[in-house]
Write a protein that binds this ligand. Structure first.
Ligand code: ADP
Length: 540
């Protein structure tokens, strides 16, 4: 017997059309490089996205051709998010924080045919332009009307469109976009998203216990649109009909706070580094900005320390912790308290909220160690493995990296976790950052979280240092808060009641700043190199 249901494709044009039909009045607000605000509606966004599709097809775009974007978060980038895939092209967002050589490598590896570039980023493009071979470069005039010679003008490009355009027939398994991992470990690797994966991710991400966006929300993704689809937010917002606020290149705390207030933002998203800055600004000037009480802040990319979640609650802003990867589109797990946890003591609630959360529907999870699958007891540690309709099954043109998948078809995340009986996943480390002391594992993230709850500590990274007897021992690298004083001994006695003795760092060093990746994660490989020969003098 066969089902009697239609075989309706899960493709992006549906989301674009529906957004225009139902929410054409909803605003998209963008902050431009000169700090002025550009405003238009979903109606205009729809018209221009389709104009881009039409113009790309006129320019000879074939199915599956890659269109690279080198852009900040603003309305034009949003148009490419929809205009490129709805024409059958593949939106390839480029991380503008990578080195010019890496960006060139990625463009060449992906085989980009067209590039769309913000005029303010042309100086960056010039640094590697002679290393790439793309057919056409379209510059977006954000700062003045014209663009330099040698580039197509995005506005002129769009002006060729007649509006009489029908989408090419798309298969739900057609590629829609691609993104390269930020290369915290090794050369960047390309992930290719399909329409189906993206649509299912959008449906799941919109759920109340995931990102929970509705047409009553105003959402501001601080997370760059060049990084893993800005965590899917532009797609979820368009499906939900939420007002979008795009911050352009102005990501300093004061600019963001001002925009949260001005546009009455109800939900934002970004990496912990951004929120640390915002917290400092709020602590310095409490009540300085009139924010929507209970505004949600989705935090991911690196761990949201419990101390940060508590501190934001004092400002009536609610952190929602989430975990994901380029390879998982990215949402994998999200942390909301379950209703049966409402009666728990506050400390236990915070402990749950500081975990990365529970699996999204259709994301299967398990954690494995040498003995096999670990029990969900909240204590055993193993490598997190995932599978699901928006989890990558391979990398683009990269057979070597196939060891990232198990023989039975799960993706190995490289993250070490515990999973508790309620199903909450807690990341304790990356496999490459693990500290292996005398054959046992020490969680650097647990130590970092505890250290970052000390009032004098701004940031803490705990790394493995070679040790003659124990193979490796933890070294804590600390950035103190401005004008704050704290000694090694004080930090050690602060940690002592919280951990078993052999977990405690052997030593502490104080630095001005911790090196970071292009997406704001601690670059521990650099720290490990820097402190490889550090002579540990154990603090007792
Ligand atoms: P890359 O792997 O190149 O750094 P991604 O942005 O795909 O780029 O990073 C995914 C990784 O980021 C995860 O494997 C995990 O180590 C880390 N990560 C993401 N979210 C969290 C989180 N909430 N807590 C801890 N680590 C996280």
């Amino acid at each position: 017997m066969q089902s009697t249901m239609m075989n309706y494709p899960l493709t992006l044009p549906h989301i674009l059309d529906r957004a225009a039909r139902l929410y054409s009045h909803v605003e998209v607000v963008s902050r431009m490089p000169d700090k002025s605000l550009h405003r238009y509606t979903y109606g205009e966004f729809y018209r221009r996205s389709r104009a881009l599709s039409e113009a790309l097809l006129k320019a000879g775009l074939n199915r599956g051709d890659r269109v690279g974007t080198l852009m900040w978060n603003h309305y034009t980038h949003l148009e490419t998010y929809f205009g490129v895939p709805c024409a059958g092209g593949v939106l390839h967002t480029l991380n503008l924080r990578l080195s010019p050589a890496d960006i060139a490598y990625i463009i060449n590896h992906a085989g980009d045919r067209f590039l769309i570039v913000d005029d303010v980023l042309l100086p960056l493009l010039e640094k590697f332009k002679d290393q790439i071979n793309v057919e056409r470069i379209i510059a977006v005039p954000l700062t003045r009307r014209s663009v330099p010679d040698g580039y197509d003008n995005y506005e002129d490009f769009l002006a060729q469109a007649t509006g009489k355009f029908t989408y090419p027939a798309l298969d739900e398994n057609d590629p829609l976009g691609m993104c390269y991992t930020s290369g915290t470990t090794g050369r960047p690797k390309g992930v290719v998203y399909s329409h189906r994966a993206l649509v299912l991710h959008t449906l799941a991400a919109g759920l109340a216990d995931m990102l929970g966006l509705t047409q009553r929300d105003t959402v501001l993704p601080v997370v760059p649109m060049f990084h893993v689809n800005a965590w899917g937010i532009p797609f979820v917002a368009a499906m939900a009909g939420a007002k979008m606020v795009l911050p352009g290149p102005h990501l300093d705390p004061a600019s963001l706070l001002e925009l949260f207030e001005h546009e009455q933002v109800t939900c934002s998203a970004g990496v912990p580094t951004i929120w640390f800055g915002i917290l400092q600004a709020l602590d310095k000037n409490p009540g300085g900005w009139k924010l929507i009480p209970g505004m949600r802040m989705i935090v991911g990319g690196s761990a949201a320390p419990e101390a940060m979640i508590r501190a934001f609650d004092k400002h009536n802003l609610r952190v929602v912790h989430a975990w994901g990867m380029t390879e998982t589109t990215p949402l994998g797990v999200v942390s909301h308290l379950k209703a049966n946890m409402d009666h728990l003591p506050e400390d236990e609630q915070y402990a749950y909220r500081a975990k990365q959360g529970v699996q999204a529907p259709f994301v299967d999870i398990r954690a494995m160690n040498e003995q096999g699958e670990i029990p969900w007891d909240g204590k055993s540690m193993g490598e997190l493995q995932v599978r699901g309709p928006w989890v990558a099954a391979s990398y683009f043109n990269n057979a070597e990296a196939q060891e990232s998948w198990t023989e039975d078809g799960w993706f190995r995340t490289g993250d070490v976790v515990t999973i508790d009986p309620e199903g909450y996943v807690k990341i304790t480390d990356r496999t490459k950052d693990l500290i292996k002391s005398g054959g046992e594992w020490i969680s650097s993230l647990d130590l970092e979280n505890a250290l970052m709850s000390h009032p004098a500590v701004a940031e803490a990274a705990v790394i493995a240092v070679p040790h003659p007897r124990w193979q490796e021992r933890p070294l804590a690298v600390i950035v103190r808060k401005p004008n704050a004083e704290v000694s090694r001994e004080e930090l050690q006695s602060y940690l002592a009641p919280k951990f078993v003795n052999w977990w405690l760092p052997d030593d502490y060093v104080f630095v001005e700043q911790i090196p970071r990746t292009s997406t704001g994660k601690f670059l521990k490989s650099v720290l490990r190199d820097q402190f490889r020969d550090h002579v540990l003098s154990r603090v007792e």
